[in-house]
Design a protein around this ligand. Sequence first.
Ligand code: ZN
Length: 146
Amino acid sequence: MSTPESNQGKPPRPSAAPPAPRQIPAPRVLPESQAYWTAADEGRLLVKKCKACGEFHHYPRDVCPHCLSVDTEWRQAAGTGTVYSFSTMGKGEAAYTLAFVTLEEGVTLMTNLVDCDPSTVAIGQPVRVVFKPSEGGHAVPMFTPA
Ligand SMILES: [Zn+2]
């Protein structure tokens, strides 16, 4: 990357180089989601289940979004689900595919589809979790065709 000084008096040069492979930004970890990210580093996908109403929820919260009970517990998810929707962003090496995946447990995660050609992916397709390292942070759950 050029500094402003080296670029003085010249118009910005259009970038001819192909975009670099995408770096996954480190997730922001809150106390109520710490266990989720620790488990992700161990290759396990956790979801929160409410002991009062029996519903699963995601993203992990201390208070159940269905009934406002604080009596929630961690459950290990099966790690399988189906594609609810997806969209590929960017081009070339930097392209990535954002997706909503509905887990067996019934909750829907915003995630990425990885290790696949997005043009072959279909809504409703079975997928399984894989964990990808983020830039200097925790492993991030993403999904690939099952
Ligand atoms: Zn509840």
